[in-house]
Design a protein around this ligand. Structure first.
Ligand code: G1P
Length: 227
């Protein structure tokens, strides 16, 4: 049960790089695509793809390689990359959920708060299924329902609405700078997951979920008391 003084009644989690380390699989598949077109991409470049959907990621990668393709060719390569990616995630196991995530999700549940996923990936459900995370979520918003790229706040407004909660009552957990901006533009409280220097706009930055207590996060944001 949520208590009457609890400001926040829902949590919205990004997936890739926040709950599971799928960023490495996206990188592997995008790199294979770049290599097939005779160039390479670095891990640092891959960081810039965080928060971008499939076609926007492809456009960005092609611009790095100075490659011009027709729309039909782009669709072809996006499908090729996706098939490689699906091959990589099909072997994912519950052990690939990042440290502390399950315990944190259980704490959120015990607080009576709702839990939503917000991911630009069209494969988010497959990842949740193979890692056993799916039952924790009341709402799933993914690349099939979210149509506008971050920093547009649609990615968080859709799941908040589906949970029946206003943005002011939701905590957003994000690892992409564009996602933090999207959360703030939407009126959410943004918790950065990763390194402080990359997530300067976030209200709080956490390294990950290990040893994280929902009570201490709520206490840090208790100034916005809900009446
Ligand atoms: C897409 C992009 C990927 C990006 C991800 C963000 O995933 O392809 O580069 O990192 O969104 O979550 P896809 O829909 O292809 O699974």
């Amino acid at each position: 049960m949520t208590d009457e003084t609890q400001t926040y009644r829902g949590c919205i989690f990004n997936l890739d790089g926040v709950l599971v380390d799928t960023a490495k699989y996206h990188y592997e598949a995008w790199r294979q695509l770049a290599n097939s077109l005779d160039f390479d991409i670095s891990r640092e470049q891959n960081e810039q793809l965080k928060g971008l959907g499939r076609m926007a990621s492809l456009e960005t990668i092609l611009s790095w390689g100075g490659i011009y393709l027709s729309e039909a060719e782009k669709m072809h390569w996006a499908d090729v990359k996706n098939n490689w990616y699906i091959g990589l995630i099909s072997n994912m196991k519950p052990g690939e959920v990042l440290p502390g995530v399950l315990y944190f999700l259980r704490q959120v549940r015990e607080k009576g708060m709702k839990i939503a996923l917000s991911s630009s990936s069209q494969n988010a459900r497959a990842v949740l299924k193979s890692t056993g995370l799916e039952p924790y979520f009341d709402v799933i918003a993914d690349g099939n329902t979210i149509k506008r790229q971050k920093p547009d706040p649609q990615c968080f407004l859709l799941p908040a609405e589906a949970m029946g909660l206003p943005p002011a009552e939701c905590l957003v957990f994000e690892d992409a700078p564009s996602g933090i901006t999207a959360a703030l533009l939407g009126g959410f409280t943004a918790i950065g997951v990763g390194r402080k220097e990359n997530l300067k706009q976030a209200s709080v930055v956490i390294a990950g979920f290990e040893n994280l207590r929902i009570d201490s996060l709520l206490a840090q944001h208790s100034e916005r008391v809900f009446i």
